[in-house]
Design a protein around this ligand. Structure first.
Ligand code: FAD
Length: 472
């Protein structure tokens, strides 16, 4: 193959996160010649390197640590349980490496040209790459896909230095357990990482602008979640905003004020601050202005229903476009776009993208919340079942939480499922499948669920829609 031929592709994808690398694999499976570029030293994007995977490694390890402290209740006698944070960080890194190596292998297996370097789009069919190990490459493509993901949004007055004031990236790498960690933002990332450091021994205070945790999540679920986290010892300052932070030798003095500006300023002294107020699309340095790719009002790459930007031949998927910033949403979009480019009917059902918070208990949902149904004027029935009444949850002593199923009052079609409880993130998959097949609550209620499993709580919630739960 000549040098020119080696640089000619059907598809060039910028970003090897879950959107980009999955799209690359699917496009290659469909017979296209594909290049996937990332400026990071390893594929996998935010998700594998500084997001989903490392946070789940620390959530798992810290949960085991806190469970071991109560092992005596199960008749398991241990000596004193000690934390070796360095070793826990090594465990986390091994998890990251195992996963990124796996992606490297898959790209190779599918004959995707994995290129490491910073990419700029210089024309609708051209991508220039500054290679990480020196040198440049110019690629020609029939289709260019922007899959550059997102980055931490800065918060005015709180400059992240990844030492005293950290983003999620720094919070995954703290060298020692802070005595007092202040988390700004009671969203998914703030509460997951706050839980990690709480379990490892920190006092954790969460400051949130709104008067509730996890905005967007079904309000009843969020209220129960807040109660459980408080019971676990997390402190909350809801309805407060951070107005400043003074870094001192001994720590950080953070000033907060009621969100509506009433009352006096309060100060909180802590060792470290985690800013977890959101992420913004990563569009810098890509040359989008030069080629004329339009952004929307929130700085995301504007796309039509088929991921096409306003410039012919350039597409975008994942965190960099509208929709929930979730790895599985990015993956679905990657697959759908590859299939569309191959002339197939690729499609993503945005109503059925599940959400999961990987705390203990977990929180998971799919479909509409009660607030959304009310806003849409839909009449619905509610079936609820507490884990307290589920045999498996009882014997495992993980009884916090419930399953809530929302079904259309007239047709019984399941419209939303909301779970807080053990393994909620696994349980929600059954409901996503059921809803994808337009299940009614009756369908779920009449499906035989194995005993004793946590999934029986899902069946009982479905029975409860018609007020015929058996174990309540
Ligand atoms: P990304 O994964 O962000 O990948 C984009 C890649 O593009 C990056 O590697 C970047 O280096 C590269 N890039 C950018 N610009 C260029 C350029 N010019 N040239 C070359 N390369 C470039 N989601 C979940 O679903 N579940 C979770 O449990 C979860 N946990 C999370 C925990 C944390 C702490 C964080 C921060 C995020 C978490 N997320 C989670 C969100 C998830 O990581 C993102 O939704 C997902 O990674 C988005 O995928 P993507 O492919 O769109 O972009």
């Amino acid at each position: 193959m000549s040098e020119e031929q080696a640089n000619e592709f059907d598809v060039v994808i910028i970003g090897a996160g879950p959107g980009g690398y999955v799209c690359a694999i699917r496009a290659a499976q469909l017979g296209m010649r594909v290049a996937c570029i990332d400026k990071r030293g390893a594929p996998g994007g935010t998700c594998l390197n500084i997001g989903c995977i490392p946070s789940k490694a620390l959530l798992h390890a810290s949960e085991v640590y806190s469970e071991l402290e109560h092992a005596g209740d199960m008749g398991i006698k241990l000596g004193s349980v000690k934390l070796d944070l360095n070793a826990m960080m090594t465990y986390k890194q091994e998890g990251i490496d195992g996963n990124t190596k796996g992606v490297e292998f898959l790209l190779k297996k599918n004959k995707v040209d994995e290129i490491r370097g910073a990419a700029t789009i210089t024309a609708a069919d051209t991508v220039d790459v500054e290679l990480l190990d020196g040198g440049k490459r110019q690629l020609k493509a029939k289709h260019i896909i922007i899959a550059t993901g997102s980055e931490v949004s800065p918060l005015p007055g709180l400059e992240v230095d990844e030492d005293m004031i950290v983003s999620s990236t720094g919070a995954l790498e703290l060298k020692k357990v802070p005595k007092h960690l202040l988390v700004v933002g009671a969203g998914v990332i703030g509460l997951e990482l706050g839980s990690v450091w709480k379990r490892l021994g920190a006092e954790v205070t969460v400051v949130e602008y709104l008067d509730r945790v996890t905005p967007g999540v079904d309000a009843e679920l969020a209220k129960q979640f807040e109660r459980v986290l408080k019971k676990q010892g997390l402190n909350f300052k809801l309805g407060f905003k951070v107005t400043g932070a003074d870094i001192q030798k001994s720590g950080v003095k953070v000033t907060i004020r009621k969100s509506d500006d009433s009352g006096k300023d309060e100060t909180i002294s802590c060792d470290r601050v985690l800013v977890a107020t959101g992420r913004r699309p990563h569009t810098q340095g890509l040359g989008l202005d030069a080629v004329g790719v339009k952004l929307d009002e929130r700085g995301r790459v504007h796309t039509d229903g088929h991921f096409a930007t306003n410039v012919k031949g350039i597409y975008a998927i994942g965190d960099v476009i509208a929709g929930p910033m979730l790895a599985h949403k990015a993956e679905e979009e990657g697959v759908a776009l590859a299939e569309l480019l191959a002339g197939k009917p690729g499609h993503v059902d945005y109503n059925l993208v599940p959400g999961v918070i990987y705390t203990a208990p977990e929180v998971a949902w799919v479909g509409k919340s009660e607030e959304e149904l009310k806003a849409d004027g839909v009449t619905y029935k509610v079936g609820k079942f507490p884990f307290m009444a589920n045999g498996r949850a009882k014997v495992n002593r993980v009884t916090d939480g419930f399953v809530k199923i929302l079904a259309d009052k007239e047709t019984d079609l399941v419209l939303g499922v909301h779970i807080i409880g053990p393994q909620a993130g696994e349980l929600i998959a059954e409901m996503a499948v059921a809803m994808e097949f337009s299940a009614s609550s009756e369908d779920i209620a009449r499906t035989c669920h194995a005993h004793p499993t946590l999934s029986e709580a899902v069946k009982e919630a479905a029975l409860a829609v018609e007020e015929r739960a058996l174990h309540m």
